[in-house]
Design a protein around this ligand. Structure first.
Ligand SMILES: Cc1ncc(COP(=O)(O)O)c(C=O)c1O
Length: 372
């Protein structure tokens, strides 16, 4: 049996008519960039997330850079971001001349350790980028507490977090909606993923939204009149039309992911060599990624791949040890939890159309590797 890490073709086969009609409608309209379907998709995301304002852009990394630019995370400003995350959560700061200040993460949740984050705040700190990684948000109550206490802005990297919620001020709030800005990525593997790149900024702040809308079209709100030095980063209409089809089915897709996670948990609960993901009480989780912490992770990774199982190491090198960040002067040992996770984390196949037999095969193979 072969089990892919991710397979978009099964979902396409399931909703083929809807996808084909959506794509044809864009081609027939002749409007390929921020066309009607992009506006319709933005409205649908607002309704789903509860965000007051959203602006579709070309990808999640651009969304992070644009939000960082608007929030002033450049020119020497210090911004706190986790050492264990995807590169874009830190490059958005460095790209603008800001200083990424790494902090360690929580071993259970993979997300920012807010206690460690607070220790790294100085008079130059401007903002904080909590990243909602794999299956649950960072602790946003603690994060907003820090922001208020130290007068910082908050940019939620919700690239992986479509559908995830946080218990916040007595209710559940969608990821990305609590901070000053949130960003989503619609990279194909994401819980809400397109058939190419896509991204979005979300905010409840009208002024920030007006800037975001302008920054994505070269800083102009009236054509050929430029108020800011912005970007060329627009959501492709074809992607928006595809994403709107997927958004209509997202609750069913999230439910299926949860069912696979439950099956993984049941079949792997007695394997002492693997630690299963731990979910905190504040989190409304969504299984974008099902990530184990495994003994002899590299051996398991090789073994599962030999057995035809698509697994993925998220992330092999913590950000403070990346070559491009040598200038920040970090050494091995600076962020022990992030470093430990880089040696242990292994993501198993996870997408809605996985079958029970495939999940069983993955778990049996893991048990075989550890000699049962
Ligand atoms: C945590 C995180 N931040 C940012 C990004 C960047 O998103 P994109 O790939 O759409 O540029 C990703 C996704 O790849 C991500 O996982």
């Amino acid at each position: 049996m072969k089990v892919p890490f991710y397979d978009a073709t099964r979902e396409y086969a399931g909703y083929k008519t809807e996808f084909d009609e959506a794509i044809a409608s864009v081609i027939a309209s002749g409007a390929f960039i921020l066309g009607k379907q992009a506006g319709d998709f933005e409205e649908a995301v607002k309704a789903y997330t509860g965000a007051k304002y959203v602006a579709g852009v070309a990808n999640g990394s651009d969304a992070l850079v644009i939000a960082s630019d608007i929030l002033g995370y450049g020119n020497g400003a210090e911004v706190i971001t986790p050492a264990f995350t995807f590169f874009a959560s830190a490059s958005c700061i460095a790209r603008l001349g800001g200083r990424p200040v790494f902090c360690d993460v929580d071993e259970d949740t993979f997300c920012m350790d807010m206690g460690d984050a607070e220790k790294r705040i100085t008079k130059n700190t401007k903002g904080i980028i909590p990243v909602h990684l794999f299956l649950q948000p960072a602790d946003m109550t603690a994060c907003m507490g820090l922001a208020e206490k130290h007068r910082l802005t908050v940019l939620e990297d919700a690239a992986e977090a479509f559908g995830m919620k946080s218990r916040y001020k007595g209710g559940y709030v969608h990821s990305g909606v609590i901070g000053d800005f949130g960003v989503f990525s619609f990279f194909p593997t994401k819980t809400l993923g397109g058939y190419g790149d896509g991204g979005m900024l979300i905010t409840n702040n009208e002024e920030l939204y007006a800037k975001a809308k302008s920054y994505r079209v070269h800083g102009s709100s009236v054509r050929y009149h430029h108020d800011y030095i912005g970007y060329n980063s627009r959501l492709d209409t074809l992607q928006a039309a595809i994403l709107r089809v997927k958004l209509a089915h997202i609750d069913a897709a999230i439910k299926k992911r949860a069912q696979h996670a439950a099956q993984y948990r049941e079949l792997l609960q007695d394997v002492p060599a693997v630690k299963l993901p731990v979910i905190k009480g504040y989190a409304g989780e969504v299984y974008y990624v099902f990530c184990l912490q495994a003994e002899n992770r590299d051996g398991l990774d090789r073994y599962l791949k030999e057995k035809g199982i698509g697994v993925s190491v998220y992330y092999p090198i913590p950000l403070h040890l990346q070559k491009c960040f040598e200038y920040l002067g970090h050494r091995k040992g600076d962020f022990p939890v992030a470093e430990k996770l880089c040696g242990k984390a292994l993501a198993l196949p996870m997408f809605p159309e996985l079958t029970e037999d495939e999940v069983s095969y993955v778990c049996e193979s893991i048990k075989d590797f550890y000699g049962r």
